[in-house]
Design a protein around this ligand. Structure first.
Ligand code: DGT
Ligand code: CA
Ligand code: CA
Length: 588
């Protein structure tokens, strides 16, 4: 039976696993990289790979004959034969060990061969009993870090990142439209744009006659049905998350959407406000207290009507956390939040000159297809441990290559940026003279994450005080669910320093980074620091992560004026120039 319903995430997962197992087999790096690259490209494809013909697949940048054949095989059988063979070679627990920060394939193999460690539990036991530090080349510090890392993997809550949940929800809403629901939306934490979500809450306006929930429960995305009634279905999706789907009468759609969007804290504040006005607010609408059966709502059809009837400005879902937003809305002080349409460009991303999977031309084409006005094509600087970063010579020659592309994409204004290594002592990967010759410098830490709080803050302060530091990338370094943020950075001091030199801070849009967070981004803005929204794209499709960065910015309450990406190309370049000249004067 053909498995054309296998999702892109499903195909990508098979390729990622293959790459990991090949790494455990100490296979050729090129083959490993080819699988990772294919996985990334498929994840970001935007249409279902298994439903595409061989010709269509081969037309995709980065998919060659080998990968196209593998996708056909997966489509035919639902499994990937090459992966099945690899799976027989290694105990399944070994892969789980790779989730531990500080354990790569080499270490996993070493621990397996020397100590027979083939699961997370055995790994922890070996670390606790002191066996790991006895292995040549490992030692006590490594053992300590492995134990801490292993504990984090287990303790990670079963929540899904915002981005995959968003894609799933949008796919399910399409299915609901096919089931003839004109009004359908996702609610809950997903609509509020939380970093991770516990489940997907879906809502549709319609008649609860049982046929729709039944059809919904039979969708190919469903793993099993947890509860099924005429107006509600709770299902477990194959993607590993629960979904609650509710049908409500069209007349109360707004009230239900408001209720199920939450947050619970926001709902409570709204309800108290309603009470003070002699009204009640529930998923059935805003009613008089005397109308105990909710028969004559004053407002229920749309959220806008409800906020208005309560004497409030409309509150965007991203701000509904019960953190003072209702008081602001009553004084009409909710700002107009930045939106995707305000974004004119991206400045932090990667080509295959460093660790991106697409060529510079492919990235530039994708940026022009995004409708950006400008695009700073980026890459890592030296010295970077695992991937190959550019030195200044490499920067300059690739800048020339970028200039040559300008004729092909006349509508897009191009620049070149460098994600500049911030070394352990706070100095940069380029000399000052080289940095001065770099169009845009975005500093980042990729090594020595475990410095003590004071040392890490001092390192960052020194980097910020460099007059060529235009923006600071993902300052906490966290990877949600995998790596904790750097030990309590002194953000107020960093932001104060940045306000002094005019350096911006980034909101990184990678699904597992989201760094700055909504909280630290708000602090930055209050300190007078400009914010740069970044995709940090490592493939063309990842330019879509701008949506994530915008969502975090909205949760932080940022407006268009707080965000550098809303500037025209000319104004953005002007900003860099003025900022540097002010910082240079300040540093003298
Ligand atoms: P999650 O799923 O943990 O990421 O977070 P939410 O906010 O999506 O929570 P969930 O799915 O339990 O409920 C969805 C919304 O329904 C929630 O944001 C507000 C509303 N809600 C659920 N239970 C209650 C409740 O007991 N009281 C109130 N006022 N609202 C509730
Ligand atoms: Ca939820
Ligand atoms: Ca729920």
């Amino acid at each position: 039976m053909p498995h054309s319903d296998i999702s892109n995430a499903g195909v990508a997962a098979l390729f990622y696993e293959t790459a990991e197992l090949l790494e455990l087999s100490d296979e050729n790096q090129f083959r490993i990289r080819a699988y990772r690259k294919a996985a990334r490209i498929i994840e970001d494809l935007g249409k279902n790979a298994a439903a595409m013909s061989r010709e269509e697949l081969l037309a995709v940048n980065g998919i060659g004959k080998g990968i196209a054949s593998h996708i056909s095989a997966i489509k035919e059988s639902g499994v990937f034969p090459e992966l099945e063979e690899l799976r027989k070679k290694f105990p399944p627990g070994l892969r789980e060990m790779l989730k531990v920060e500080g354990i790569g394939a080499k270490r996993a193999r070493l621990l397996y061969e020397k100590l027979g460690v083939d699961s997370l539990d055995k790994l922890k036991a070996a670390a606790r009993s002191g066996e790991i530090e006895k292995i040549d080349g490992l030692g006590g510090k490594v053992q300590e870090n492995i134990l801490a890392g292993a504990e984090r993997v287990r303790g990670a809550p079963e929540r899904m990142l915002y981005w995959p949940a968003l894609l799933l929800a949008e796919e399910l809403i399409k299915e609901l439209r096919l089931l003839s629901f004109e009004r359908a939306a996702y609610a809950g934490s997903l609509r509020r744009g939380r970093e991770t979500v516990g489940d997907i809450d879906l809502l549709a306006a319609g008649r609860p006659d049982g046929s729709a929930t039944g059809k919904f429960a039979k969708l190919p995305q469903v793993e099993r049905v947890l509860a099924l009634g005429p107006a509600k279905a709770s299902i477990r999706l194959k993607a590993g998350i629960q979904c609650d789907f509710r049908i409500v009468p069209g007349g109360v759609y707004g009230a239900a959407l408001n209720y199920f969007t939450g947050s619970k804290e926001h709902n409570i504040v709204l309800r108290e406000l309603a009470r003070k006005k002699g009204l009640s607010l529930s998923e059935y609408g805003l009613c008089r207290l005397s109308d105990t059966e909710h028969k004559y709502p004053l407002a229920a059809g749309t959220e806008e009507e409800i906020y208005e009837a309560l004497g409030l400005q409309f509150i965007p879902p991203e701000l509904r956390e019960g953190a003072g937003e209702v008081a602001l809305a009553s004084r009409k002080l909710i700002p107009e939040l930045v939106k995707l349409a305000d974004i004119k460009g991206d400045a932090h991303n990667h080509t295959d000159f460093s660790d991106g999977v697409n060529t510079m031309e492919e990235m530039v084409r994708a940026a022009s297809e995004c409708g950006f006005e400008w695009y700073f094509a980026g890459d890592h600087s030296i010295p970077l441990g695992v991937v190959h970063g550019l030195d200044f010579k490499g920067y300059s020659s690739t800048r020339d290559e970028l200039s040559a592309l300008a004729a092909k994409f006349p509508a897009l204004k191009l620049g070149r940026s460098i994600e500049m290594e911030i070394l352990k002592d706070g100095s940069l990967g380029f000399t000052d003279k080289e940095a001065a010759g770099t169009e845009l410098v975005i500093g980042a830490v990729h090594s020595s994450f475990k410095l003590a709080e004071a040392a890490m803050t001092a390192r960052m302060l020194k980097a910020i005080e460099n007059p060529y530091m235009d923006a600071v990338a993902h300052p906490s370094g966290r990877l949600i669910g995998r790596r904790d943020p750097a030990g309590a950075l002194d953000y107020p001091r960093l932001f104060q320093a940045a306000a002094g030199t005019g350096a911006a801070f980034e909101i990184n849009g990678q699904p597992d980074r989201q760094d700055l967070t909504d909280i630290t981004a708000r602090l930055a803005r209050e300190a007078g620091v400009k914010i740069l929204l970044s995709t940090d794209a490592h493939s063309a499709g990842q330019l879509a992560y701008m949506r994530i960065a915008v969502t975090v910015a909205r949760r932080a309450g940022l407006t268009k004026g707080d965000v550098l990406n809303s500037l025209s190309y000319k104004d953005f370049c002007e900003w860099i120039k003025e900022r540097r000249s002010r910082a240079l004067k300040g540093s003298r």
